[in-house]
Write a protein that binds this ligand. Structure first.
Ligand code: ZN
Ligand code: CU
Length: 499
């Protein structure tokens, strides 16, 4: 069989954690056709690329994305593709594009995180079809989110659902899982999820059990009550009988730094007991999200305000990229007043912020932990100055944490960002370089790869990423996005969604 693409002369890291070996990789019909010694030739329109000794690995998998709406607003997905990411898992932290009611403003509840998805579909198949019309650059796997489902059924009511309401929530979750979602996600610090009790979440997580799918969580607390929140998550995982995945593991706030060790010990004990638990982390000391979720307007936390920077702010664009303390000093006001003014302004609830709340030592503790995966948690709002994790997460792991800090070997880092994530999130026939698997590939220079996105200049693509192939098509090469749009919509442990 002749090949459509041959990448010659590369160090192959197959994604399993094995050491690199020298060889060639060939692609035919979107899939990897030969590895190592390539014998057959090219088709008439085939492309041959000389890798010149660079490293070829499977395309990277971002296990924690909020790209549900980005697939509509930015189908070129440049901020992910340029990092070597070929698949994202969206619908995290309890916010997902589906289920949706075209009559209701499904975006409002997410505070803009889902902007771009309005009124085009109701269920996962409708979402997949609508995204495919935009020819997305990369692949997408979806979670169905608790906050979204709860908003749809109960609005913003601060109470437990009736049994009829719970049943409707179950049906929404069940339908998404049937249509190919990889699990149910929660974001229990956010509204309306924060008004639910453990039992409600457990009942909904149970819907994932027949599919052997996941329960992923942005836990109820990541600061003073981190360990209680880990206990709650483990209980939900156990009682629902599903695989628990803890998102962006951290301990937030100076008083809590170091607690990630105790939290990981709880996870390790549960694993030793036979429970299925995994985690991911982003490689930065700041979090980011919708500002109004972090503040009680009746009692502004000025300690938190002191470490907050504005990412995007429709009410005061001039504040974007600035620390609240600097704005307050310049305007001769105090942090409390400034925070209130921002959050109560028209569309103030759409303000996204960046909080410097994490200890660098904890980031390293997390990354050193066995089987820790990497999720960017990037929020794709390109109008302001987003958290640099949106453009920098994966090259930062490969460049800073692997090459410079030596936290793990390169084959191990690649395994955690490819085959491990693919197995965990049910990406069928992806995540390793082997014949028959989909040809999602990344060619990079381990000695050069580096994130360039900073808090001041966050929308900067990394260096050292030479070539990215998505489903056999060259999507990025030599700093250029080809616009080929070969991404697929993935279904949990099944073939991709086809229209
Ligand atoms: Zn989250
Ligand atoms: Cu998130």
């Amino acid at each position: 069989m002749a090949h459509d693409l041959i990448v010659r002369n590369v160090e192959i890291l197959d994604g399993t954690g094995a050491d690199a070996f020298r060889g060639d990789v060939a692609v035919a019909g979107g899939r990897i056709s030969e590895v190592g010694q390539v014998t057959a030739g090219l088709t008439a329109n085939g492309v041959e690329i000389d890798g010149e000794g660079a490293t070829l690995c499977p395309g990277l998998i971002d296990t924690h994305a909020h790209d549900d709406g980005a697939f509509f607003r930015y189908p070129g997905m440049e901020f992910k593709l340029a990092q070597g990411v070929t698949t994202v898992v969206s619908g995290n932290c309890g916010f997902s594009a589906v289920p949706a009611d075209p009559q209701a403003d499904s975006v409002a509840a997410s505070g803009g995180i889902l902007a771009g998805v309005e009124g085009q579909f109701t269920d996962l198949e409708g979402y997949f079809a609508a995204v495919l019309e935009r020819s997305p650059a990369i692949n997408n796997m979806m979670l169905v989110g608790h906050n979204t489902v709860r908003s749809l059924v109960l609005g913003q009511e601060k109470r437990a659902p009736s049994s009829a309401e719970l049943q409707r929530m179950r049906e929404h979750v069940g339908l998404a899982l049937e249509q190919g979602a990889c699990g149910f996600s929660s974001g229990l610090i956010y509204r309306p999820g924060r008004w639910s009790d453990t039992e409600e979440v457990t009942e909904l997580a149970k819907m994932a059990a027949p599919h052997d799918a996941l329960y992923t969580t942005h836990m109820r607390n990541e600061g003073d009550h981190l360990l209680d929140a880990v206990d709650e998550s483990l209980t939900i995982g156990k009682d629902s009988g599903v695989h628990l995945h803890i998102s962006h593991h951290k301990s937030a706030g100076k008083a809590n730094w170091g607690k990630v060790k105790a939290s990981l010990a709880k996870v390790d004990a549960a694993i030793a007991d036979g429970q299925r638990v995994t985690l991911d982390v982003y490689p930065y000391t700041a979090g980011s999200g919708r500002m109004i979720e972090y503040f009680n307007l009746k009692n502004i936390d000025t300690q938190l305000a002191a470490v907050v920077r504005i990412a995007s702010c429709p009410a005061f664009r001039e504040y974007e990229g600035r620390m609240l303390v600097d704005i307050a000093a310049e305007e001769n006001t105090d942090l409390k007043e400034l925070t209130l003014r921002i959050l109560t302004a028209p569309r103030g609830d759409r303000t996204l912020c960046i909080q410097f709340i994490i200890d660098e030592a904890d980031v390293e503790t997390n990354l050193r932990h066995a089987d820790m995966m990497v999720g960017s948690d990037g929020i794709p709002d390109l109008r302001g100055r987003p958290h640099p994790r949106l453009f920098g997460t994966f090259p930062r792991v490969l460049g800073y944490y692997v090459r410079e800090r030596g936290l793990m070997s390169l084959p191990e880092a690649v395994r955690r960002m490819t085959s491990l994530s693919a197995q965990t999130f049910g990406l069928h026939e992806r995540g390793s370089i082997q014949p028959g698997f989909w040809a999602d590939l990344l060619l990079f220079r381990p000695d050069q790869v580096k994130d360039l996105a900073t808090y001041d200049e966050p929308k900067t693509e990394p260096v050292g990423i030479e070539l990215v192939v998505v489903n056999g098509e060259v999507a990025y090469r030599g700093g250029q996005h080809t616009g080929v749009g070969s991404g697929q919509m993935l279904r949990y442990r099944r073939s991709s969604f086809q229209q």
